[in-house]
Design a protein around this ligand. Structure first.
Ligand SMILES: [Zn+2]
Length: 384
């Protein structure tokens, strides 16, 4: 019954419209909450008083909680959630099978304050994902209260990862990466982790049919303050999703589609299986860190008699502009020299043309990527 190729084909019929930008703030999300008002329940507020909601679907005995955007600038999971919710509302046979076996609670955007200013942390600078032990943030209490009340057997924790990650030794970007978090420093594998690994394996098997080679795995080093590690310790299989880069998809709309398909594959496996083989989990390649956004090769830098031929590596960052209330992409030169160990999402051979910066005729680390190399003009990372 589950056919990922069919879901991929049908995706446009359940894709939530209007979620096209990577920056998703609370006001914008609220418009979509209002469309889903019947399933909406407020479960708390953020430090600055923005509402945190839960949306519930299904009538099954098994219970699953999925939360997203505990890091405010990581919206792919939230956007994918609304696609999945629309998929449920189409009421297909597949959706009915899932929802008759499973009750699913979604918390989209656990960190609305951070999302409004596009930061990872909450309004007062706390990383909620590292706040399990001290419980200093308002938002971690909202999550923990819900988990205490919800009688869940499984948890999904949705995040985004940076564009730097590739899969294993390959040149494919890690469009989706997963982790079955550890519960101790020995990284032992107990029944709880086995189930987490098994759910990841089930999703990976399906994803390989549509994005072969684009799925990575995080190392299982134990993080004593992390939510995933501690929920595993408490006995909850807790799947960490990390949505990453897909070629030419900086707004992460392709990524978000595969994120939605992965969620559906994962919840289908939970809804229909009692046994979760995990023998292939460790053969999912680990994430590497080979990528830069742009690499310019063979750039000639000259000062009088002296000259060097170098590579320039550029990385994109998103910065919130308070005055304009929007998020801008800032491109910085973050690597200079021999960059052969890196891969660029875009690579350009400058053919030994001469570098000319705005102020100097040589580049500096961490400066804005605005310069000329012969006929190549670069303005804030954009080739013009
Ligand atoms: Zn994150």
């Amino acid at each position: 019954m589950f056919d990922i190729h069919q879901l991929d084909k049908d995706y446009t019929t359940f894709r939530q419209e209007g979620f096209d930008s990577k920056w998703l703030n609370f006001n914008e999300l609220n418009r979509y909450f209002n469309l889903k008002s019947t399933q909406k329940e407020q479960i708390g507020t953020s430090f600055l008083g923005n509402e945190i909601y839960k949306l519930s679907f299904g009538t099954g005995e098994k219970r699953l909680l999925i939360w997203s955007q505990m890091h405010g600038n990581e919206s792919s999971g939230t956007r994918a959630m609304f696609d999945v919710i629309n998929f449920f509302e189409q009421n297909s046979e597949l959706a009915q099978t899932i929802l008759s076996n499973l009750t699913i609670d979604f918390i989209p955007m656990l960190n609305p304050d951070g999302s409004n200013v596009n930061t990872r942390r909450n309004a007062i600078g706390i990383d909620i994902n590292r706040d399990f032990l001290a419980k200093e943030s308002t938002e971690i209490h909202v999550l923990l209260n819900q988990i205490e009340k919800g009688n869940y057997q499984t948890l999904f924790n949705l995040h985004d990862q940076r564009t730097i990650f590739n899969v294993g030794q390959t040149s494919k970007p890690a469009t989706l990466s997963f982790l079955a978090p550890s519960y101790n420093v020995e990284e032992d594998v107990n029944e709880v982790r086995q189930k987490t690994m098994g759910i990841i394996q089930a999703m990976n098997t399906e994803l390989q049919k549509v994005i072969p080679g684009y799925v990575g795995r995080y190392t299982s080093e134990f993080y004593p303050m992390s939510t995933g590690d501690n929920f595993t310790k408490m006995g909850y299989p807790c799947v960490l999703f990390e949505a990453g880069h897909f070629p030419n998809d900086y707004q992460r709309n392709e990524t978000r589609k595969y994120n939605a398909l992965a969620i559906i594959a994962g919840i289908y496996s939970i809804a229909t299986k009692t046994d979760f083989p995990f023998d292939e989990y460790l053969s999912i390649p680990q994430n590497g860190q080979k990528y830069l956004d742009i690499i310019l090769h063979n750039v000639s830098v000259q000062n009088g008699e002296n000259s060097s031929i170098i590579d320039l590596g550029i990385y994109f960052e998103d910065e919130y502009n308070e005055e304009l209330n929007l998020v801008e992409q800032i491109a910085k030169i973050i690597e200079i020299g021999d960059l052969r160990k890196f891969i660029g999402h875009l690579e350009i051979d400058a053919e030994k043309q001469i570098y000319k910066g705005v102020k100097k005729n040589y580049p500096l680390l961490n400066q804005l990527a605005t310069f000329e190399v012969g006929i190549i003009k670069v303005e804030n990372g954009q080739i013009i």
